[in-house]
Design a protein around this ligand. Structure first.
Ligand SMILES: [Fe+2]
Ligand SMILES: [Fe+2]
Length: 477
Protein backbone atom coordinates (compact mmCIF):
# COMPACT_ATOMS: atom_id res chain seq x y z
CA UNK A 1 0.00 0.00 0.00
CA UNK A 2 1.29 3.41 -0.89
CA UNK A 3 2.29 5.75 1.91
CA UNK A 4 0.51 8.67 0.22
CA UNK A 5 -2.85 9.58 1.76
CA UNK A 6 -5.88 9.21 -0.53
CA UNK A 7 -7.92 12.41 -0.74
CA UNK A 8 -11.51 12.93 -1.68
CA UNK A 9 -10.75 15.88 -3.97
CA UNK A 10 -14.38 16.90 -4.32
CA UNK A 11 -14.49 17.23 -0.55
CA UNK A 12 -11.17 19.11 -0.52
CA UNK A 13 -12.52 21.44 -3.18
CA UNK A 14 -15.56 22.28 -1.04
CA UNK A 15 -13.39 22.86 2.02
CA UNK A 16 -11.09 25.14 0.02
CA UNK A 17 -14.03 27.09 -1.33
CA UNK A 18 -15.47 27.52 2.15
CA UNK A 19 -12.13 28.70 3.57
CA UNK A 20 -11.68 31.27 0.82
CA UNK A 21 -15.29 32.40 0.95
CA UNK A 22 -15.14 32.97 4.72
CA UNK A 23 -11.87 34.84 4.43
CA UNK A 24 -10.07 32.33 6.63
CA UNK A 25 -7.70 31.61 3.79
CA UNK A 26 -6.16 33.75 1.10
CA UNK A 27 -6.87 32.41 -2.40
CA UNK A 28 -3.41 30.87 -2.63
CA UNK A 29 -2.34 27.23 -2.82
CA UNK A 30 0.25 27.78 -0.07
CA UNK A 31 -2.41 29.07 2.34
CA UNK A 32 -4.83 26.26 1.47
CA UNK A 33 -2.08 23.69 1.88
CA UNK A 34 -1.34 24.94 5.40
CA UNK A 35 -5.01 25.08 6.38
CA UNK A 36 -5.85 21.64 5.01
CA UNK A 37 -2.58 20.00 6.00
CA UNK A 38 -1.87 18.89 2.45
CA UNK A 39 1.44 19.58 0.75
CA UNK A 40 1.26 22.53 -1.62
CA UNK A 41 2.47 20.62 -4.73
CA UNK A 42 -0.08 17.87 -4.03
CA UNK A 43 -3.08 20.20 -3.80
CA UNK A 44 -1.89 22.35 -6.66
CA UNK A 45 -1.41 19.39 -8.97
CA UNK A 46 -4.71 17.85 -7.90
CA UNK A 47 -6.71 21.03 -8.50
CA UNK A 48 -5.22 21.29 -11.98
CA UNK A 49 -5.71 17.62 -12.71
CA UNK A 50 -9.19 17.24 -11.22
CA UNK A 51 -10.74 20.65 -11.83
CA UNK A 52 -8.52 22.42 -14.34
CA UNK A 53 -7.79 25.19 -11.84
CA UNK A 54 -4.64 27.27 -11.77
CA UNK A 55 -3.47 29.53 -8.95
CA UNK A 56 -5.05 32.57 -10.64
CA UNK A 57 -8.45 30.81 -10.60
CA UNK A 58 -8.57 30.49 -6.82
CA UNK A 59 -9.82 34.02 -6.28
CA UNK A 60 -12.97 33.11 -8.21
CA UNK A 61 -13.53 29.94 -6.22
CA UNK A 62 -15.69 31.59 -3.57
CA UNK A 63 -18.35 32.53 -6.09
CA UNK A 64 -18.62 29.06 -7.59
CA UNK A 65 -20.52 26.02 -6.50
CA UNK A 66 -18.81 22.77 -7.26
CA UNK A 67 -22.10 21.13 -8.13
CA UNK A 68 -22.68 23.75 -10.80
CA UNK A 69 -19.40 23.00 -12.43
CA UNK A 70 -18.67 19.29 -12.84
CA UNK A 71 -20.44 16.37 -11.37
CA UNK A 72 -19.64 12.70 -11.93
CA UNK A 73 -21.92 9.94 -10.77
CA UNK A 74 -21.86 6.21 -11.31
CA UNK A 75 -25.35 5.01 -10.37
CA UNK A 76 -24.84 1.30 -10.78
CA UNK A 77 -21.40 1.18 -9.28
CA UNK A 78 -19.90 -0.31 -12.44
CA UNK A 79 -18.81 2.89 -14.08
CA UNK A 80 -21.60 2.42 -16.60
CA UNK A 81 -22.62 6.09 -16.77
CA UNK A 82 -20.53 9.25 -16.72
CA UNK A 83 -22.23 12.55 -16.13
CA UNK A 84 -20.69 15.96 -16.53
CA UNK A 85 -22.59 19.06 -15.57
CA UNK A 86 -21.34 22.51 -16.38
CA UNK A 87 -23.64 25.39 -15.72
CA UNK A 88 -26.79 24.82 -17.70
CA UNK A 89 -25.37 22.00 -19.84
CA UNK A 90 -24.94 18.29 -19.18
CA UNK A 91 -23.31 15.45 -21.08
CA UNK A 92 -24.15 11.85 -20.26
CA UNK A 93 -22.15 8.94 -21.61
CA UNK A 94 -23.21 5.31 -21.24
CA UNK A 95 -21.01 2.28 -20.63
CA UNK A 96 -21.07 -1.08 -22.42
CA UNK A 97 -24.38 -2.25 -20.92
CA UNK A 98 -26.26 0.81 -22.11
CA UNK A 99 -27.53 0.42 -25.66
CA UNK A 100 -30.42 2.88 -25.92
CA UNK A 101 -31.09 6.51 -25.02
CA UNK A 102 -33.89 5.44 -22.67
CA UNK A 103 -31.54 3.15 -20.77
CA UNK A 104 -29.00 5.95 -20.53
CA UNK A 105 -31.51 8.42 -19.07
CA UNK A 106 -32.83 5.84 -16.57
CA UNK A 107 -29.36 4.74 -15.53
CA UNK A 108 -28.25 8.34 -14.98
CA UNK A 109 -31.50 9.06 -13.08
CA UNK A 110 -32.02 12.26 -15.05
CA UNK A 111 -35.15 14.25 -14.30
CA UNK A 112 -36.49 15.15 -17.74
CA UNK A 113 -38.74 17.77 -16.16
CA UNK A 114 -35.56 19.63 -15.31
CA UNK A 115 -33.39 18.67 -18.31
CA UNK A 116 -34.16 18.61 -22.00
CA UNK A 117 -32.33 16.29 -24.40
CA UNK A 118 -30.70 18.53 -26.96
CA UNK A 119 -29.16 15.75 -29.06
CA UNK A 120 -27.68 12.25 -28.75
CA UNK A 121 -25.55 9.74 -30.66
CA UNK A 122 -25.36 5.93 -30.60
CA UNK A 123 -22.02 4.67 -31.84
CA UNK A 124 -21.87 1.00 -32.94
CA UNK A 125 -18.90 -1.17 -33.77
CA UNK A 126 -18.10 -4.89 -33.91
CA UNK A 127 -15.44 -6.77 -31.94
CA UNK A 128 -14.43 -10.44 -32.03
CA UNK A 129 -14.92 -12.31 -28.77
CA UNK A 130 -13.46 -15.74 -27.81
CA UNK A 131 -15.97 -18.30 -26.46
CA UNK A 132 -15.95 -21.99 -25.41
CA UNK A 133 -13.74 -24.26 -23.26
CA UNK A 134 -10.04 -24.61 -23.64
CA UNK A 135 -9.20 -26.52 -26.74
CA UNK A 136 -12.61 -25.89 -28.35
CA UNK A 137 -12.71 -22.10 -28.39
CA UNK A 138 -14.46 -20.26 -31.16
CA UNK A 139 -14.69 -16.65 -32.08
CA UNK A 140 -17.90 -14.66 -32.50
CA UNK A 141 -18.49 -11.09 -33.60
CA UNK A 142 -20.27 -8.95 -31.00
CA UNK A 143 -21.99 -5.60 -31.36
CA UNK A 144 -20.71 -2.92 -28.97
CA UNK A 145 -22.53 0.35 -28.47
CA UNK A 146 -21.86 3.65 -26.84
CA UNK A 147 -24.69 6.09 -26.16
CA UNK A 148 -23.97 9.73 -25.49
CA UNK A 149 -26.44 12.56 -24.88
CA UNK A 150 -26.23 16.32 -24.51
CA UNK A 151 -28.84 18.03 -22.36
CA UNK A 152 -29.71 21.58 -21.30
CA UNK A 153 -31.68 22.87 -18.34
CA UNK A 154 -35.28 23.71 -19.17
CA UNK A 155 -35.06 26.70 -16.80
CA UNK A 156 -31.51 28.05 -16.97
CA UNK A 157 -30.00 29.19 -13.68
CA UNK A 158 -27.90 32.33 -13.44
CA UNK A 159 -24.20 31.75 -13.66
CA UNK A 160 -22.13 33.93 -11.40
CA UNK A 161 -20.88 36.42 -12.10
CA UNK A 162 -23.85 37.28 -14.34
CA UNK A 163 -22.32 40.57 -15.49
CA UNK A 164 -18.69 41.44 -15.19
CA UNK A 165 -17.77 45.10 -14.95
CA UNK A 166 -15.71 46.35 -17.85
CA UNK A 167 -12.39 47.52 -16.50
CA UNK A 168 -10.62 50.08 -18.65
CA UNK A 169 -7.13 51.23 -18.02
CA UNK A 170 -7.15 54.90 -18.87
CA UNK A 171 -3.79 56.51 -19.17
CA UNK A 172 -3.06 60.15 -19.68
CA UNK A 173 -2.21 60.79 -23.30
CA UNK A 174 0.08 63.45 -24.55
CA UNK A 175 -1.84 66.46 -25.77
CA UNK A 176 -1.73 66.37 -29.56
CA UNK A 177 -0.20 69.36 -31.22
CA UNK A 178 -0.32 70.16 -34.90
CA UNK A 179 2.88 69.23 -36.64
CA UNK A 180 4.35 72.57 -37.49
CA UNK A 181 6.20 71.06 -40.41
CA UNK A 182 2.94 70.21 -42.15
CA UNK A 183 0.18 72.28 -40.60
CA UNK A 184 0.07 76.02 -40.11
CA UNK A 185 -2.30 78.19 -38.14
CA UNK A 186 -4.03 81.33 -39.39
CA UNK A 187 -5.94 83.76 -37.21
CA UNK A 188 -8.61 85.90 -38.85
CA UNK A 189 -9.75 89.08 -37.05
CA UNK A 190 -12.61 90.96 -38.62
CA UNK A 191 -14.61 94.14 -38.08
CA UNK A 192 -13.54 95.74 -34.80
CA UNK A 193 -14.64 99.11 -36.23
CA UNK A 194 -12.17 100.92 -34.02
CA UNK A 195 -13.62 104.38 -33.47
CA UNK A 196 -15.29 106.61 -30.93
CA UNK A 197 -18.31 108.75 -30.33
CA UNK A 198 -17.54 111.83 -28.26
CA UNK A 199 -20.09 113.29 -25.91
CA UNK A 200 -20.42 116.98 -26.82
CA UNK A 201 -21.05 118.06 -23.23
CA UNK A 202 -18.60 115.90 -21.24
CA UNK A 203 -16.11 115.01 -24.02
CA UNK A 204 -16.29 111.39 -22.79
CA UNK A 205 -15.47 108.85 -25.44
CA UNK A 206 -17.61 105.83 -26.21
CA UNK A 207 -15.74 103.12 -28.06
CA UNK A 208 -17.37 101.42 -31.03
CA UNK A 209 -14.88 98.59 -30.84
CA UNK A 210 -15.10 96.08 -28.01
CA UNK A 211 -11.85 96.09 -26.07
CA UNK A 212 -12.97 93.01 -24.13
CA UNK A 213 -13.45 91.00 -27.32
CA UNK A 214 -10.13 92.27 -28.67
CA UNK A 215 -8.33 91.35 -25.45
CA UNK A 216 -9.81 87.82 -25.50
CA UNK A 217 -8.60 87.49 -29.10
CA UNK A 218 -5.16 88.79 -28.13
CA UNK A 219 -4.79 86.22 -25.35
CA UNK A 220 -5.79 83.46 -27.75
CA UNK A 221 -3.23 84.71 -30.27
CA UNK A 222 -0.57 84.65 -27.56
CA UNK A 223 -1.29 80.94 -27.03
CA UNK A 224 -1.66 80.05 -30.71
CA UNK A 225 1.31 81.96 -32.09
CA UNK A 226 -0.20 81.88 -35.56
CA UNK A 227 1.75 81.55 -38.80
CA UNK A 228 -0.62 83.96 -40.53
CA UNK A 229 -2.39 86.94 -38.97
CA UNK A 230 -5.15 88.41 -41.09
CA UNK A 231 -6.73 91.74 -40.16
CA UNK A 232 -9.81 91.19 -42.28
CA UNK A 233 -11.13 94.68 -42.82
CA UNK A 234 -13.21 97.35 -41.11
CA UNK A 235 -10.51 97.75 -38.49
CA UNK A 236 -11.23 101.48 -38.59
CA UNK A 237 -14.83 102.66 -38.56
CA UNK A 238 -14.01 106.12 -39.98
CA UNK A 239 -17.54 107.35 -39.29
CA UNK A 240 -16.61 110.96 -39.89
CA UNK A 241 -15.26 110.17 -43.36
CA UNK A 242 -18.52 108.85 -44.70
CA UNK A 243 -21.23 110.82 -46.40
CA UNK A 244 -23.46 107.79 -46.67
CA UNK A 245 -25.57 109.02 -43.74
CA UNK A 246 -25.96 112.17 -41.70
CA UNK A 247 -22.93 112.52 -39.45
CA UNK A 248 -23.62 113.60 -35.91
CA UNK A 249 -21.26 115.98 -34.09
CA UNK A 250 -20.31 113.01 -31.83
CA UNK A 251 -18.34 111.55 -34.72
CA UNK A 252 -16.18 114.54 -35.46
CA UNK A 253 -12.48 114.61 -34.62
CA UNK A 254 -12.37 111.03 -33.47
CA UNK A 255 -10.10 109.71 -36.21
CA UNK A 256 -6.85 110.47 -34.39
CA UNK A 257 -7.57 108.38 -31.27
CA UNK A 258 -9.09 105.66 -33.46
CA UNK A 259 -5.95 105.44 -35.57
CA UNK A 260 -3.76 105.30 -32.46
CA UNK A 261 -5.88 102.63 -30.84
CA UNK A 262 -6.16 100.47 -33.98
CA UNK A 263 -2.38 100.61 -34.45
CA UNK A 264 -1.88 99.70 -30.76
CA UNK A 265 -3.98 96.56 -31.11
CA UNK A 266 -2.36 95.59 -34.40
CA UNK A 267 1.10 95.96 -32.92
CA UNK A 268 0.17 93.82 -29.93
CA UNK A 269 -1.28 91.10 -32.17
CA UNK A 270 1.88 91.22 -34.27
CA UNK A 271 3.99 90.83 -31.14
CA UNK A 272 2.28 87.52 -30.31
CA UNK A 273 4.00 85.97 -33.31
CA UNK A 274 6.59 88.40 -34.76
CA UNK A 275 7.54 86.08 -37.65
CA UNK A 276 3.95 85.53 -38.76
CA UNK A 277 2.90 86.72 -42.17
CA UNK A 278 0.67 89.63 -41.15
CA UNK A 279 -1.71 91.19 -43.62
CA UNK A 280 -4.34 93.90 -43.51
CA UNK A 281 -7.19 93.45 -45.97
CA UNK A 282 -9.14 96.71 -46.15
CA UNK A 283 -12.90 96.68 -45.82
CA UNK A 284 -15.56 99.07 -47.01
CA UNK A 285 -14.95 101.29 -43.95
CA UNK A 286 -11.25 101.77 -44.76
CA UNK A 287 -12.43 102.53 -48.27
CA UNK A 288 -14.29 105.56 -46.88
CA UNK A 289 -10.97 107.40 -46.81
CA UNK A 290 -10.34 106.71 -50.49
CA UNK A 291 -13.91 107.61 -51.47
CA UNK A 292 -13.79 110.81 -49.44
CA UNK A 293 -10.60 111.94 -51.15
CA UNK A 294 -12.00 111.11 -54.56
CA UNK A 295 -15.22 112.99 -53.83
CA UNK A 296 -14.02 115.98 -51.84
CA UNK A 297 -10.27 116.36 -52.12
CA UNK A 298 -9.07 114.82 -55.32
CA UNK A 299 -5.87 116.86 -55.12
CA UNK A 300 -4.79 114.91 -52.03
CA UNK A 301 -5.41 111.52 -53.62
CA UNK A 302 -2.23 109.47 -54.03
CA UNK A 303 -0.14 112.41 -52.81
CA UNK A 304 3.29 111.46 -51.45
CA UNK A 305 5.93 113.41 -49.63
CA UNK A 306 9.08 114.46 -51.43
CA UNK A 307 11.21 112.28 -49.19
CA UNK A 308 8.91 109.31 -49.41
CA UNK A 309 7.97 108.77 -52.99
CA UNK A 310 8.39 105.04 -52.52
CA UNK A 311 6.14 105.07 -49.47
CA UNK A 312 2.35 104.76 -49.56
CA UNK A 313 0.40 108.03 -50.09
CA UNK A 314 0.29 110.47 -47.21
CA UNK A 315 -3.44 110.10 -46.68
CA UNK A 316 -3.68 106.34 -46.79
CA UNK A 317 -4.53 103.63 -44.31
CA UNK A 318 -0.98 102.27 -44.56
CA UNK A 319 0.57 105.57 -43.52
CA UNK A 320 -2.04 106.43 -40.88
CA UNK A 321 -1.60 103.09 -39.13
CA UNK A 322 2.14 102.86 -39.78
CA UNK A 323 1.73 99.39 -41.27
CA UNK A 324 5.14 99.32 -42.91
CA UNK A 325 6.97 100.02 -39.68
CA UNK A 326 5.07 97.16 -38.02
CA UNK A 327 5.86 94.74 -40.85
CA UNK A 328 2.24 94.43 -41.91
CA UNK A 329 1.36 93.89 -45.59
CA UNK A 330 -1.55 95.73 -47.15
CA UNK A 331 -3.61 94.25 -49.97
CA UNK A 332 -5.51 95.98 -52.74
CA UNK A 333 -8.37 98.23 -51.80
CA UNK A 334 -11.85 96.97 -51.09
CA UNK A 335 -13.45 94.80 -52.40
CA UNK A 336 -10.66 93.21 -54.41
CA UNK A 337 -8.16 92.68 -51.60
CA UNK A 338 -7.69 89.13 -50.33
CA UNK A 339 -5.02 86.63 -49.36
CA UNK A 340 -4.79 82.92 -50.07
CA UNK A 341 -3.61 80.56 -47.32
CA UNK A 342 -3.23 77.84 -49.95
CA UNK A 343 -4.93 77.20 -53.28
CA UNK A 344 -8.18 76.29 -51.48
CA UNK A 345 -8.58 78.98 -48.83
CA UNK A 346 -9.11 82.69 -49.44
CA UNK A 347 -9.52 85.36 -46.79
CA UNK A 348 -11.29 88.58 -47.78
CA UNK A 349 -13.48 91.24 -46.21
CA UNK A 350 -16.51 90.27 -48.27
CA UNK A 351 -19.20 92.23 -50.02
CA UNK A 352 -22.18 89.85 -49.97
CA UNK A 353 -24.93 90.48 -47.44
CA UNK A 354 -28.22 88.72 -46.82
CA UNK A 355 -30.60 89.68 -44.05
CA UNK A 356 -31.42 86.30 -42.53
CA UNK A 357 -29.02 84.46 -40.21
CA UNK A 358 -27.03 81.92 -42.18
CA UNK A 359 -28.22 83.23 -45.53
CA UNK A 360 -24.97 84.98 -46.48
CA UNK A 361 -22.74 81.93 -45.92
CA UNK A 362 -25.30 79.80 -47.77
CA UNK A 363 -25.20 82.12 -50.76
CA UNK A 364 -21.40 82.44 -50.76
CA UNK A 365 -20.82 78.69 -50.56
CA UNK A 366 -23.33 78.05 -53.34
CA UNK A 367 -21.41 80.40 -55.64
CA UNK A 368 -17.91 79.17 -54.71
CA UNK A 369 -15.53 76.36 -55.62
CA UNK A 370 -13.05 77.12 -52.82
CA UNK A 371 -13.23 78.02 -49.15
CA UNK A 372 -13.88 81.68 -48.46
CA UNK A 373 -13.45 83.28 -45.05
CA UNK A 374 -14.92 86.71 -44.71
CA UNK A 375 -16.26 89.40 -42.39
CA UNK A 376 -18.47 92.37 -43.22
CA UNK A 377 -21.77 90.86 -42.08
CA UNK A 378 -20.82 90.85 -38.38
CA UNK A 379 -22.55 87.50 -37.92
CA UNK A 380 -21.23 84.05 -37.20
CA UNK A 381 -22.13 81.86 -40.15
CA UNK A 382 -20.59 78.66 -41.47
CA UNK A 383 -21.78 76.61 -44.43
CA UNK A 384 -20.09 73.66 -46.11
CA UNK A 385 -20.35 72.12 -49.54
CA UNK A 386 -18.75 68.93 -50.85
CA UNK A 387 -17.59 68.93 -54.45
CA UNK A 388 -16.92 65.82 -56.51
CA UNK A 389 -14.01 65.88 -58.93
CA UNK A 390 -11.71 63.55 -60.83
CA UNK A 391 -9.49 63.12 -57.78
CA UNK A 392 -12.36 62.47 -55.36
CA UNK A 393 -14.37 64.57 -52.95
CA UNK A 394 -13.40 68.00 -51.67
CA UNK A 395 -15.04 69.95 -48.87
CA UNK A 396 -15.23 73.72 -49.09
CA UNK A 397 -16.72 76.28 -46.70
CA UNK A 398 -18.05 79.78 -46.47
CA UNK A 399 -17.24 81.12 -43.04
CA UNK A 400 -17.92 84.40 -41.31
CA UNK A 401 -16.55 84.22 -37.75
CA UNK A 402 -18.29 87.39 -36.51
CA UNK A 403 -17.05 90.82 -35.52
CA UNK A 404 -14.98 92.45 -32.77
CA UNK A 405 -17.03 95.62 -32.40
CA UNK A 406 -19.83 96.15 -29.90
CA UNK A 407 -23.01 94.37 -30.93
CA UNK A 408 -25.47 96.52 -28.96
CA UNK A 409 -26.36 98.88 -31.78
CA UNK A 410 -23.90 101.67 -30.91
CA UNK A 411 -21.95 101.37 -34.16
CA UNK A 412 -23.37 104.01 -36.50
CA UNK A 413 -25.84 102.49 -38.91
CA UNK A 414 -26.46 99.40 -36.78
CA UNK A 415 -29.68 100.10 -34.89
CA UNK A 416 -30.93 98.57 -31.66
CA UNK A 417 -32.32 95.42 -33.29
CA UNK A 418 -29.08 94.54 -34.96
CA UNK A 419 -28.35 90.83 -35.32
CA UNK A 420 -24.59 90.63 -34.84
CA UNK A 421 -22.29 88.19 -33.08
CA UNK A 422 -18.66 88.37 -32.02
CA UNK A 423 -16.02 85.82 -32.91
CA UNK A 424 -12.74 85.10 -34.64
CA UNK A 425 -11.48 82.52 -37.11
CA UNK A 426 -8.81 79.92 -36.41
CA UNK A 427 -7.83 78.01 -39.53
CA UNK A 428 -5.44 75.08 -39.60
CA UNK A 429 -4.09 74.61 -43.10
CA UNK A 430 -1.43 72.85 -45.16
CA UNK A 431 0.26 74.06 -48.30
CA UNK A 432 -1.39 71.28 -50.32
CA UNK A 433 -4.88 72.75 -49.82
CA UNK A 434 -6.07 70.84 -46.76
CA UNK A 435 -7.69 72.99 -44.10
CA UNK A 436 -9.81 72.75 -40.96
CA UNK A 437 -11.88 75.66 -39.66
CA UNK A 438 -12.40 76.36 -35.96
CA UNK A 439 -14.97 79.07 -35.20
CA UNK A 440 -14.30 80.76 -31.86
CA UNK A 441 -17.36 82.56 -30.56
CA UNK A 442 -16.89 85.44 -28.11
CA UNK A 443 -19.67 86.47 -25.76
CA UNK A 444 -19.50 89.09 -23.00
CA UNK A 445 -15.70 89.15 -23.02
CA UNK A 446 -15.40 85.38 -22.82
CA UNK A 447 -14.44 82.56 -25.16
CA UNK A 448 -13.52 78.89 -24.99
CA UNK A 449 -10.89 77.36 -27.22
CA UNK A 450 -9.16 73.99 -26.95
CA UNK A 451 -10.62 73.49 -23.48
CA UNK A 452 -9.40 76.81 -22.09
CA UNK A 453 -11.54 79.71 -20.93
CA UNK A 454 -10.36 83.10 -22.12
CA UNK A 455 -11.67 86.11 -20.21
CA UNK A 456 -11.03 89.78 -20.85
CA UNK A 457 -8.56 91.31 -18.39
CA UNK A 458 -9.65 94.45 -16.57
CA UNK A 459 -6.24 96.12 -16.71
CA UNK A 460 -5.32 95.06 -20.23
CA UNK A 461 -6.00 98.48 -21.70
CA UNK A 462 -4.70 100.80 -18.95
CA UNK A 463 -1.73 101.84 -21.08
CA UNK A 464 -4.03 102.30 -24.05
CA UNK A 465 -6.37 104.53 -22.04
CA UNK A 466 -3.53 106.92 -21.29
CA UNK A 467 -2.39 107.04 -24.90
CA UNK A 468 -5.89 107.76 -26.19
CA UNK A 469 -6.55 110.39 -23.53
CA UNK A 470 -3.38 112.21 -24.51
CA UNK A 471 -4.40 112.09 -28.15
CA UNK A 472 -7.75 113.66 -27.28
CA UNK A 473 -6.38 116.24 -24.81
CA UNK A 474 -5.99 118.95 -27.38
CA UNK A 475 -8.58 118.31 -30.05
CA UNK A 476 -8.45 120.63 -32.95
CA UNK A 477 -11.65 122.16 -34.19
FE1 LIG B 1 -17.92 95.82 -40.68
FE1 LIG C 1 -17.64 95.79 -43.93
Amino acid sequence: MSGKPAYDWNNVYEQARSLIESGECKPQFAALARALNISRPTIQQAFLREFGLYAADLKNLASKSRSDEVESVEPDGNGDVKIKVKGNSMTVEGGKRITTLKQLIEAAEIDLDEWEIERHVINKWEVAGKFGHAGSEHFELQDLRQVKAWLVRRKPVAQEPVVSPVVLKIQAVKKPQPKKADWKIALGLFDPHVGFLRDQRTADLTALHDRAALDVSLQLAQDLKPDVLAFGGDWLDLAEWSDKFARSPDMWFTTQPAVIEAAWWMAHFKMTSPDARTVMIPGNHENRLVKSLLSHMLQAYDLRSADGLDLPPLLSIERLLGLQSMGIEYTENYPDGSIWLNDQVEIEHGDVTASRSGATATKVVEDSVHTRIFGHIHRTELAYKTLRGSSGYRRIAAFSPGCLCHVDGRVPGAGKDTNWQQGIAVIYFKDDGEHIIHPVGIDNGMAFFQGRLYEAREDACDELDEIVKQAMATPTA
